[in-house]
Design a protein around this ligand. Structure first.
Ligand code: GDG
Length: 447
Protein backbone atom coordinates (compact mmCIF):
# COMPACT_ATOMS: atom_id res chain seq x y z
CA UNK A 1 0.00 0.00 0.00
CA UNK A 2 1.29 3.48 -0.76
CA UNK A 3 2.41 5.66 2.13
CA UNK A 4 0.00 8.18 3.69
CA UNK A 5 1.27 11.71 4.31
CA UNK A 6 -1.10 13.83 6.42
CA UNK A 7 -0.64 17.58 6.65
CA UNK A 8 -2.57 19.72 9.13
CA UNK A 9 -2.18 23.13 10.68
CA UNK A 10 -1.15 21.75 14.09
CA UNK A 11 0.90 18.60 14.57
CA UNK A 12 -0.31 16.75 17.67
CA UNK A 13 2.78 16.59 19.91
CA UNK A 14 3.01 15.68 23.59
CA UNK A 15 3.16 12.14 24.94
CA UNK A 16 -0.46 11.20 24.74
CA UNK A 17 -2.24 13.27 22.17
CA UNK A 18 -5.91 12.32 22.12
CA UNK A 19 -8.96 13.42 20.17
CA UNK A 20 -10.80 11.72 17.33
CA UNK A 21 -8.85 13.09 14.41
CA UNK A 22 -5.54 12.11 15.97
CA UNK A 23 -6.76 8.60 16.70
CA UNK A 24 -8.20 8.13 13.19
CA UNK A 25 -5.17 9.44 11.39
CA UNK A 26 -2.86 7.52 13.71
CA UNK A 27 -4.65 4.29 12.76
CA UNK A 28 -4.49 5.05 9.05
CA UNK A 29 -0.85 6.17 9.31
CA UNK A 30 0.09 3.05 11.23
CA UNK A 31 -1.50 0.64 8.80
CA UNK A 32 0.23 1.93 5.67
CA UNK A 33 3.28 3.52 7.28
CA UNK A 34 3.08 7.24 7.30
CA UNK A 35 4.20 10.75 8.00
CA UNK A 36 2.23 13.54 9.71
CA UNK A 37 3.44 17.10 9.17
CA UNK A 38 2.23 20.26 10.92
CA UNK A 39 3.03 23.43 12.88
CA UNK A 40 4.85 22.76 16.18
CA UNK A 41 2.96 25.49 18.01
CA UNK A 42 6.29 27.28 18.62
CA UNK A 43 7.10 30.70 17.23
CA UNK A 44 10.73 31.54 16.38
CA UNK A 45 12.33 34.60 14.78
CA UNK A 46 14.51 32.34 12.64
CA UNK A 47 12.83 28.96 12.20
CA UNK A 48 14.86 26.06 10.76
CA UNK A 49 14.62 25.65 6.99
CA UNK A 50 13.89 21.95 7.27
CA UNK A 51 11.32 19.78 9.05
CA UNK A 52 12.10 18.65 12.61
CA UNK A 53 11.33 14.95 13.19
CA UNK A 54 9.89 13.70 16.51
CA UNK A 55 10.12 10.23 18.08
CA UNK A 56 7.60 8.45 20.19
CA UNK A 57 4.75 7.65 17.80
CA UNK A 58 4.18 4.52 15.71
CA UNK A 59 4.42 6.70 12.60
CA UNK A 60 6.71 9.57 11.60
CA UNK A 61 5.91 13.07 12.82
CA UNK A 62 7.63 16.19 11.57
CA UNK A 63 7.00 19.81 12.52
CA UNK A 64 7.97 23.34 11.57
CA UNK A 65 8.01 26.59 13.59
CA UNK A 66 6.52 29.88 12.39
CA UNK A 67 7.84 33.41 12.76
CA UNK A 68 5.58 35.66 14.86
CA UNK A 69 4.81 37.66 11.70
CA UNK A 70 3.75 34.55 9.78
CA UNK A 71 1.71 33.24 12.72
CA UNK A 72 -0.18 36.49 12.89
CA UNK A 73 -0.79 36.80 9.15
CA UNK A 74 -1.44 33.14 8.27
CA UNK A 75 -3.14 31.81 11.41
CA UNK A 76 -4.77 34.71 13.27
CA UNK A 77 -5.17 36.76 10.09
CA UNK A 78 -6.32 35.19 6.85
CA UNK A 79 -7.26 31.76 8.35
CA UNK A 80 -9.18 32.92 11.40
CA UNK A 81 -10.21 36.49 10.62
CA UNK A 82 -11.19 35.93 6.97
CA UNK A 83 -11.84 32.26 6.12
CA UNK A 84 -13.36 31.20 9.46
CA UNK A 85 -15.99 33.99 9.66
CA UNK A 86 -16.85 33.72 5.94
CA UNK A 87 -17.24 29.92 6.08
CA UNK A 88 -19.48 30.34 9.16
CA UNK A 89 -21.76 32.91 7.55
CA UNK A 90 -20.29 35.93 9.39
CA UNK A 91 -18.59 38.06 6.71
CA UNK A 92 -19.48 41.05 8.93
CA UNK A 93 -16.73 39.83 11.31
CA UNK A 94 -14.13 39.52 8.54
CA UNK A 95 -11.07 41.79 8.53
CA UNK A 96 -9.35 41.95 5.16
CA UNK A 97 -5.65 42.89 5.19
CA UNK A 98 -3.71 42.23 1.97
CA UNK A 99 -0.49 41.53 3.89
CA UNK A 100 -2.25 38.72 5.79
CA UNK A 101 -3.36 37.05 2.58
CA UNK A 102 0.25 37.42 1.43
CA UNK A 103 1.40 35.73 4.68
CA UNK A 104 -1.09 32.87 4.16
CA UNK A 105 0.29 32.27 0.65
CA UNK A 106 3.89 32.55 1.96
CA UNK A 107 3.37 29.98 4.76
CA UNK A 108 1.72 27.49 2.39
CA UNK A 109 4.59 27.92 -0.09
CA UNK A 110 7.08 27.38 2.73
CA UNK A 111 5.31 24.20 3.90
CA UNK A 112 5.54 22.91 0.31
CA UNK A 113 9.30 23.69 0.26
CA UNK A 114 9.80 21.83 3.56
CA UNK A 115 7.71 18.85 2.46
CA UNK A 116 8.95 18.21 -1.08
CA UNK A 117 12.33 16.63 -0.16
CA UNK A 118 10.48 14.00 1.92
CA UNK A 119 7.86 12.99 -0.66
CA UNK A 120 7.78 9.86 -2.84
CA UNK A 121 5.93 9.61 -6.16
CA UNK A 122 3.45 6.99 -4.91
CA UNK A 123 2.55 8.78 -1.64
CA UNK A 124 -1.05 9.72 -0.93
CA UNK A 125 -1.08 13.21 0.55
CA UNK A 126 -4.06 14.18 2.73
CA UNK A 127 -4.34 17.89 3.51
CA UNK A 128 -6.59 18.93 6.41
CA UNK A 129 -8.74 22.04 6.61
CA UNK A 130 -8.92 25.70 5.65
CA UNK A 131 -5.44 26.74 6.76
CA UNK A 132 -3.90 24.84 3.86
CA UNK A 133 -6.08 25.40 0.77
CA UNK A 134 -3.11 26.48 -1.45
CA UNK A 135 -0.92 23.51 -0.57
CA UNK A 136 -1.79 21.28 -3.55
CA UNK A 137 -1.15 24.12 -6.03
CA UNK A 138 2.20 24.82 -4.32
CA UNK A 139 3.19 21.14 -4.43
CA UNK A 140 2.13 20.75 -8.07
CA UNK A 141 4.21 23.79 -9.06
CA UNK A 142 7.20 22.02 -7.49
CA UNK A 143 6.62 18.95 -9.67
CA UNK A 144 4.77 16.72 -7.17
CA UNK A 145 2.62 14.19 -9.08
CA UNK A 146 1.38 12.11 -6.10
CA UNK A 147 -2.34 11.97 -5.35
CA UNK A 148 -3.42 14.87 -3.14
CA UNK A 149 -6.73 15.07 -1.28
CA UNK A 150 -8.25 17.80 0.89
CA UNK A 151 -10.79 17.52 3.69
CA UNK A 152 -12.62 20.63 4.88
CA UNK A 153 -13.72 20.37 8.53
CA UNK A 154 -15.83 23.54 8.46
CA UNK A 155 -18.76 24.58 6.23
CA UNK A 156 -18.18 25.57 2.61
CA UNK A 157 -19.71 28.99 1.90
CA UNK A 158 -22.53 29.57 -0.56
CA UNK A 159 -22.07 32.07 -3.41
CA UNK A 160 -23.12 35.24 -1.55
CA UNK A 161 -20.66 34.64 1.33
CA UNK A 162 -17.97 33.35 -1.01
CA UNK A 163 -18.19 36.58 -3.02
CA UNK A 164 -17.23 38.58 0.09
CA UNK A 165 -13.72 37.06 0.13
CA UNK A 166 -10.96 39.24 -1.25
CA UNK A 167 -9.94 36.40 -3.61
CA UNK A 168 -12.75 34.02 -4.65
CA UNK A 169 -11.02 33.30 -8.01
CA UNK A 170 -7.83 32.29 -6.28
CA UNK A 171 -9.77 30.05 -3.86
CA UNK A 172 -11.23 28.02 -6.73
CA UNK A 173 -7.85 27.88 -8.36
CA UNK A 174 -6.35 26.45 -5.14
CA UNK A 175 -9.11 23.83 -4.92
CA UNK A 176 -8.76 22.78 -8.56
CA UNK A 177 -5.33 21.20 -7.90
CA UNK A 178 -6.67 18.50 -5.55
CA UNK A 179 -7.62 15.02 -6.78
CA UNK A 180 -10.36 14.75 -4.15
CA UNK A 181 -12.25 17.40 -2.18
CA UNK A 182 -13.96 16.05 0.94
CA UNK A 183 -16.81 17.85 2.71
CA UNK A 184 -18.69 17.20 5.96
CA UNK A 185 -22.24 17.44 4.62
CA UNK A 186 -24.37 17.50 1.44
CA UNK A 187 -24.99 21.16 2.22
CA UNK A 188 -21.27 21.89 1.74
CA UNK A 189 -20.96 19.95 -1.50
CA UNK A 190 -23.91 21.80 -2.99
CA UNK A 191 -22.55 25.17 -1.76
CA UNK A 192 -19.24 24.33 -3.40
CA UNK A 193 -20.87 23.46 -6.72
CA UNK A 194 -23.20 26.47 -6.66
CA UNK A 195 -20.41 28.90 -5.65
CA UNK A 196 -18.15 27.52 -8.37
CA UNK A 197 -20.98 27.78 -10.90
CA UNK A 198 -21.47 31.46 -10.10
CA UNK A 199 -17.91 32.54 -9.42
CA UNK A 200 -15.68 30.17 -11.43
CA UNK A 201 -16.00 27.60 -14.22
CA UNK A 202 -17.32 24.17 -13.29
CA UNK A 203 -18.73 21.26 -15.34
CA UNK A 204 -19.94 18.02 -13.79
CA UNK A 205 -18.22 14.84 -15.05
CA UNK A 206 -19.16 11.22 -14.35
CA UNK A 207 -19.05 9.69 -10.83
CA UNK A 208 -18.65 12.74 -8.60
CA UNK A 209 -16.06 14.26 -10.92
CA UNK A 210 -15.90 17.93 -11.90
CA UNK A 211 -13.90 19.96 -14.33
CA UNK A 212 -13.04 23.05 -12.22
CA UNK A 213 -11.32 25.89 -14.05
CA UNK A 214 -10.08 23.38 -16.63
CA UNK A 215 -8.70 20.87 -14.06
CA UNK A 216 -10.24 17.54 -13.21
CA UNK A 217 -11.10 16.93 -9.58
CA UNK A 218 -13.60 14.86 -7.60
CA UNK A 219 -15.73 15.93 -4.66
CA UNK A 220 -17.71 13.98 -2.08
CA UNK A 221 -19.33 14.02 1.35
CA UNK A 222 -17.51 12.21 4.19
CA UNK A 223 -19.17 13.03 7.53
CA UNK A 224 -16.58 12.81 10.29
CA UNK A 225 -17.26 10.70 13.38
CA UNK A 226 -15.71 10.04 16.79
CA UNK A 227 -13.80 7.11 18.25
CA UNK A 228 -17.14 5.76 19.48
CA UNK A 229 -16.03 2.53 21.14
CA UNK A 230 -13.35 4.33 23.14
CA UNK A 231 -15.72 7.11 24.17
CA UNK A 232 -18.41 4.69 25.34
CA UNK A 233 -15.79 3.00 27.54
CA UNK A 234 -14.51 6.31 28.83
CA UNK A 235 -18.01 7.44 29.85
CA UNK A 236 -18.84 4.13 31.57
CA UNK A 237 -15.68 4.22 33.60
CA UNK A 238 -15.88 7.90 34.40
CA UNK A 239 -19.10 7.18 36.22
CA UNK A 240 -17.80 4.18 38.10
CA UNK A 241 -14.42 5.59 39.01
CA UNK A 242 -15.27 9.17 39.79
CA UNK A 243 -18.67 8.63 41.32
CA UNK A 244 -19.56 12.13 40.32
CA UNK A 245 -22.67 13.10 42.20
CA UNK A 246 -25.40 15.09 40.61
CA UNK A 247 -24.01 18.59 40.98
CA UNK A 248 -26.92 20.16 42.77
CA UNK A 249 -29.68 17.63 43.08
CA UNK A 250 -31.27 19.13 39.96
CA UNK A 251 -31.19 17.83 36.39
CA UNK A 252 -28.28 19.02 34.26
CA UNK A 253 -28.38 20.51 30.81
CA UNK A 254 -24.87 20.57 29.35
CA UNK A 255 -23.10 22.53 26.60
CA UNK A 256 -19.45 21.93 25.61
CA UNK A 257 -17.87 24.22 23.02
CA UNK A 258 -14.76 26.19 22.30
CA UNK A 259 -15.88 29.75 23.12
CA UNK A 260 -16.52 30.64 19.48
CA UNK A 261 -19.14 33.01 18.06
CA UNK A 262 -20.25 30.26 15.64
CA UNK A 263 -21.44 28.00 18.48
CA UNK A 264 -24.56 30.00 19.43
CA UNK A 265 -23.83 30.10 23.19
CA UNK A 266 -25.64 33.43 23.84
CA UNK A 267 -28.64 32.07 21.90
CA UNK A 268 -28.94 29.08 24.24
CA UNK A 269 -28.54 31.32 27.32
CA UNK A 270 -31.41 33.51 26.10
CA UNK A 271 -33.58 30.46 25.43
CA UNK A 272 -32.82 29.15 28.94
CA UNK A 273 -33.83 32.53 30.34
CA UNK A 274 -37.15 32.35 28.44
CA UNK A 275 -37.67 28.77 29.69
CA UNK A 276 -37.26 29.93 33.30
CA UNK A 277 -39.49 32.97 32.78
CA UNK A 278 -42.30 30.82 31.38
CA UNK A 279 -41.93 27.79 33.67
CA UNK A 280 -41.55 28.78 37.35
CA UNK A 281 -42.13 25.10 38.22
CA UNK A 282 -38.73 24.29 36.68
CA UNK A 283 -36.80 26.66 38.97
CA UNK A 284 -34.33 24.69 41.11
CA UNK A 285 -35.15 21.57 39.01
CA UNK A 286 -32.72 22.18 36.19
CA UNK A 287 -29.24 23.77 35.94
CA UNK A 288 -27.32 24.60 32.85
CA UNK A 289 -23.61 23.71 32.83
CA UNK A 290 -21.70 25.40 30.01
CA UNK A 291 -18.06 24.40 29.50
CA UNK A 292 -16.41 26.80 27.09
CA UNK A 293 -12.60 26.75 26.99
CA UNK A 294 -11.02 29.89 25.52
CA UNK A 295 -9.79 29.89 21.95
CA UNK A 296 -8.08 32.40 19.57
CA UNK A 297 -8.23 35.14 22.19
CA UNK A 298 -5.83 37.30 20.20
CA UNK A 299 -8.70 37.89 17.74
CA UNK A 300 -11.08 40.70 18.76
CA UNK A 301 -14.32 38.86 17.87
CA UNK A 302 -13.37 36.17 20.42
CA UNK A 303 -12.84 38.72 23.20
CA UNK A 304 -16.28 40.16 22.37
CA UNK A 305 -18.05 36.79 22.55
CA UNK A 306 -16.46 36.12 25.93
CA UNK A 307 -17.71 39.41 27.30
CA UNK A 308 -21.20 38.89 25.91
CA UNK A 309 -21.46 35.36 27.29
CA UNK A 310 -20.19 36.23 30.77
CA UNK A 311 -22.47 39.25 30.93
CA UNK A 312 -25.55 37.22 29.94
CA UNK A 313 -24.80 34.39 32.39
CA UNK A 314 -24.34 36.95 35.17
CA UNK A 315 -27.62 38.68 34.34
CA UNK A 316 -29.64 35.46 34.16
CA UNK A 317 -28.15 34.19 37.42
CA UNK A 318 -28.90 37.54 39.06
CA UNK A 319 -32.51 37.29 37.89
CA UNK A 320 -33.25 33.71 39.00
CA UNK A 321 -30.67 32.31 41.45
CA UNK A 322 -31.76 31.26 44.93
CA UNK A 323 -29.59 30.48 47.93
CA UNK A 324 -29.73 26.81 46.90
CA UNK A 325 -29.49 27.08 43.15
CA UNK A 326 -27.36 28.73 40.47
CA UNK A 327 -29.18 28.41 37.12
CA UNK A 328 -26.09 28.74 34.86
CA UNK A 329 -22.62 27.50 35.66
CA UNK A 330 -20.15 28.81 33.13
CA UNK A 331 -16.67 27.24 33.09
CA UNK A 332 -14.25 29.16 30.92
CA UNK A 333 -11.41 26.62 30.85
CA UNK A 334 -10.88 23.11 29.46
CA UNK A 335 -11.78 20.07 31.57
CA UNK A 336 -10.07 16.67 31.19
CA UNK A 337 -11.72 14.45 28.57
CA UNK A 338 -12.59 11.83 31.15
CA UNK A 339 -14.44 14.34 33.29
CA UNK A 340 -16.34 15.57 30.23
CA UNK A 341 -17.39 12.03 29.37
CA UNK A 342 -18.82 11.55 32.89
CA UNK A 343 -20.65 14.88 32.79
CA UNK A 344 -22.26 14.08 29.44
CA UNK A 345 -23.48 10.81 30.91
CA UNK A 346 -24.99 12.53 33.91
CA UNK A 347 -26.73 15.21 31.91
CA UNK A 348 -30.42 14.93 31.07
CA UNK A 349 -30.03 17.27 28.07
CA UNK A 350 -27.14 17.89 25.64
CA UNK A 351 -27.36 21.30 23.99
CA UNK A 352 -25.63 21.73 20.65
CA UNK A 353 -26.89 24.96 19.08
CA UNK A 354 -24.32 26.31 16.59
CA UNK A 355 -25.35 28.98 14.08
CA UNK A 356 -23.02 27.21 11.62
CA UNK A 357 -20.80 24.16 12.17
CA UNK A 358 -18.99 21.73 9.88
CA UNK A 359 -20.12 18.65 11.81
CA UNK A 360 -20.00 19.12 15.63
CA UNK A 361 -18.45 16.21 17.46
CA UNK A 362 -19.94 17.13 20.83
CA UNK A 363 -23.33 15.94 19.51
CA UNK A 364 -21.82 12.51 18.81
CA UNK A 365 -19.87 12.36 22.08
CA UNK A 366 -23.01 13.19 24.07
CA UNK A 367 -24.89 10.30 22.42
CA UNK A 368 -22.01 7.84 22.89
CA UNK A 369 -21.67 8.74 26.59
CA UNK A 370 -25.31 8.05 27.58
CA UNK A 371 -26.49 5.19 29.75
CA UNK A 372 -28.66 3.23 27.25
CA UNK A 373 -31.24 2.34 29.87
CA UNK A 374 -31.82 5.95 30.95
CA UNK A 375 -30.41 8.18 28.20
CA UNK A 376 -30.47 11.99 27.96
CA UNK A 377 -31.94 14.01 25.10
CA UNK A 378 -29.89 15.75 22.40
CA UNK A 379 -31.07 19.18 21.23
CA UNK A 380 -29.32 19.88 17.94
CA UNK A 381 -29.16 22.91 15.65
CA UNK A 382 -30.22 22.34 12.06
CA UNK A 383 -27.10 24.32 11.10
CA UNK A 384 -24.66 21.69 12.40
CA UNK A 385 -23.49 19.25 9.72
CA UNK A 386 -24.46 16.56 12.27
CA UNK A 387 -28.15 17.40 11.76
CA UNK A 388 -28.07 15.73 8.31
CA UNK A 389 -27.53 12.32 9.89
CA UNK A 390 -28.85 12.74 13.47
CA UNK A 391 -32.53 13.22 12.67
CA UNK A 392 -33.68 11.62 15.93
CA UNK A 393 -32.35 14.52 17.96
CA UNK A 394 -34.70 17.43 18.72
CA UNK A 395 -33.71 19.53 15.71
CA UNK A 396 -34.11 23.27 16.27
CA UNK A 397 -33.37 26.67 14.74
CA UNK A 398 -31.10 28.39 17.30
CA UNK A 399 -32.21 31.85 16.14
CA UNK A 400 -35.76 31.07 17.27
CA UNK A 401 -35.54 31.56 21.05
CA UNK A 402 -39.14 30.36 21.50
CA UNK A 403 -38.58 27.14 19.60
CA UNK A 404 -35.36 26.43 21.51
CA UNK A 405 -36.98 27.11 24.92
CA UNK A 406 -39.87 24.85 23.89
CA UNK A 407 -37.42 22.06 22.94
CA UNK A 408 -35.77 22.37 26.37
CA UNK A 409 -39.15 21.98 28.08
CA UNK A 410 -40.03 19.05 25.82
CA UNK A 411 -36.68 17.35 26.58
CA UNK A 412 -37.16 17.74 30.36
CA UNK A 413 -40.62 16.19 30.15
CA UNK A 414 -39.86 13.48 27.58
CA UNK A 415 -40.94 9.97 28.62
CA UNK A 416 -38.23 7.36 29.22
CA UNK A 417 -39.60 5.32 26.29
CA UNK A 418 -39.26 8.13 23.82
CA UNK A 419 -35.80 9.01 25.17
CA UNK A 420 -34.68 5.40 24.66
CA UNK A 421 -36.19 5.20 21.16
CA UNK A 422 -34.48 8.38 19.99
CA UNK A 423 -31.19 7.55 21.65
CA UNK A 424 -30.98 4.04 20.24
CA UNK A 425 -31.46 5.32 16.66
CA UNK A 426 -28.83 8.03 17.24
CA UNK A 427 -26.35 5.64 18.84
CA UNK A 428 -26.55 3.23 15.94
CA UNK A 429 -25.47 5.98 13.54
CA UNK A 430 -22.64 7.13 15.82
CA UNK A 431 -21.37 3.54 16.08
CA UNK A 432 -21.64 2.76 12.35
CA UNK A 433 -20.13 6.00 11.07
CA UNK A 434 -17.28 6.37 13.51
CA UNK A 435 -13.92 7.99 12.91
CA UNK A 436 -12.33 4.82 11.51
CA UNK A 437 -15.15 4.56 8.95
CA UNK A 438 -14.56 8.21 8.01
CA UNK A 439 -10.85 7.92 7.28
CA UNK A 440 -11.23 4.53 5.56
CA UNK A 441 -14.02 5.82 3.28
CA UNK A 442 -12.12 8.98 2.41
CA UNK A 443 -8.85 7.17 1.70
CA UNK A 444 -10.67 4.58 -0.37
CA UNK A 445 -12.07 7.35 -2.53
CA UNK A 446 -8.61 8.96 -2.80
CA UNK A 447 -7.17 5.68 -3.99
C1 GDG B 1 -13.95 21.57 13.85
C2 GDG B 1 -15.28 21.97 13.19
C3 GDG B 1 -15.97 19.57 13.22
C4 GDG B 1 -14.33 20.95 23.96
N1 GDG B 1 -14.14 21.46 25.19
C5 GDG B 1 -13.31 20.62 25.82
C6 GDG B 1 -12.97 19.58 24.94
N2 GDG B 1 -13.61 19.82 23.81
C7 GDG B 1 -13.58 18.90 22.63
C8 GDG B 1 -14.93 18.27 22.42
C9 GDG B 1 -14.84 17.88 20.95
C10 GDG B 1 -13.94 18.98 20.38
O1 GDG B 1 -13.29 19.62 21.47
C11 GDG B 1 -14.75 20.04 19.65
O2 GDG B 1 -15.13 19.51 18.41
P1 GDG B 1 -16.31 20.16 17.56
O3 GDG B 1 -16.60 19.25 16.43
O4 GDG B 1 -17.50 20.35 18.45
O5 GDG B 1 -15.84 21.60 17.12
P2 GDG B 1 -14.52 22.36 16.53
O6 GDG B 1 -13.46 22.46 17.52
O7 GDG B 1 -15.04 23.68 16.03
O8 GDG B 1 -14.02 21.44 15.28
C12 GDG B 1 -16.39 21.00 13.58
C13 GDG B 1 -14.59 19.25 13.76
O9 GDG B 1 -13.63 20.23 13.36
C14 GDG B 1 -14.09 17.88 13.27
O10 GDG B 1 -14.14 17.82 11.88
O11 GDG B 1 -16.91 18.68 13.79
O12 GDG B 1 -17.59 21.34 12.91
O13 GDG B 1 -15.64 23.31 13.54
O14 GDG B 1 -14.18 16.66 20.80
O15 GDG B 1 -15.11 17.21 23.30
N3 GDG B 1 -12.15 18.57 25.26
C15 GDG B 1 -11.65 18.57 26.53
N4 GDG B 1 -11.91 19.56 27.43
C16 GDG B 1 -12.75 20.59 27.12
O16 GDG B 1 -13.00 21.47 27.96
N5 GDG B 1 -10.83 17.57 26.90
Amino acid sequence: MSRLVAVSNRLPLGDNPSGGLVVALADALRSSGGLWVGFSGEQAEEPADRLVFHDGAPFERASFDLTPTDYEAYYLGYSNSVLWPVCHGRPDLMHIHPEELEGYRRVNARIADLLVPHLRPDDRIWVQDYHLFPLAAELRSRGVTARIGHFLHIPFPGPSDMATLPNPDEMFDWLSHYDLLGFQAERDLSNFVESARQLARIEPLAEGGYCLNGQETRAGVFPIGIDTAAFIEEARHAQVEDRMRSLTGSEIMIGVDRLDYSKGIPHRFRAFQLLLENNPDLHECISFLQIAPPTREEVEAYRDIREETEHLAGRINGQFATVNWTPIRFIHRPLPRKVLAGLYRQARIGLVTPLADGMNLVAKEFVAAQDVSDPGVLILSRFAGAAETMEDALIINPHDTWELAEAMACAIRMTPNERRRRHSALLQGVIENDIGWWSATYLDALN
